[in-house]
Design a protein around this ligand. Structure first.
Ligand code: ADP
Length: 179
């Protein structure tokens, strides 16, 4: 596989220096709690001002703004599904990752950091969400093999980190480093 292997880190996504960080937003795009609140606080009020011009966002879709005071140049806002235990949950969650990656490609970005979308207030069970997230990202990278894009999974807690590492190791074993 030519594509870069995704990285997994723990920490606060607002401190990650990359081309775009992804926000697990709500449909209004006007800010909220969790990671959304952290991103708006760190980016400053100009982020909300730009978000007001976007007309909201539907679950599974994504919209892009500048990053303002963040170390990341852009924020890609996507809206995860509220978990209902139905098949459509995984379809929409997968679409969030794909829509975000498609926007990164359209804007010629080469690094993108994701939080664990929908696993906070929206109630998606973490193990299930991680498996959808990893499959979505690896599927997209495989379909865009010639486009160099570093994906970073930013995990807010140890359990998410371990599950993501395990899922990646299962689906995408590390290759020996080539000089
Ligand atoms: P959702 O509404 O999509 O469930 P939340 O913001 O409630 O979004 O939670 C999504 C995930 O983001 C949760 O796993 C939460 O622990 C994590 N999270 C919260 N704050 C941060 C942050 N600053 N950086 C990275 N992840 C975060």
């Amino acid at each position: 596989m030519n594509a870069l292997r995704p990285q997994v880190i723990t920490g606060d996504i607002t401190t990650v220096k990359c081309d775009a960080i992804v926000n697990a937003a709500n449909e209004s795009l006007l800010g909220g709690g969790g990671v959304d609140g952290c991103i708006h606080r760190a980016a400053g009020p100009e982020l909300l001002a730009e978000c007001r011009t976007l007309g909201g966002c539907k679950a599974g879709e994504a919209k892009i703004t500048r990053g303002y005071l963040l170390p990341a140049a852009y924020v890609i806002h996507t809206v995860g599904p509220v978990y209902h235990g139905k098949e459509q949950d995984a379809v929409l969650l997968r679409r969030c990752y794909e829509s975000s990656l498609n926007l990164a490609l359209e804007h010629e970005l080469h690094s993108i950091a994701f939080p664990a979308i929908s696993t906070g207030v929206y109630g998606y069970p973490i193990a299930k969400a991680v498996s959808v997230a990893v499959a979505a990202v690896l599927g997209w990278l495989k379909a865009h093999e010639n486009y160099p894009l570093q994906v970073i999974f930013v995990c807010f807690d140890e359990r998410t980190f371990e599950l993501t590492e395990q899922e990646l190791a299962r689906s995408c074993p590390a290759e020996p480093v080539r000089e």
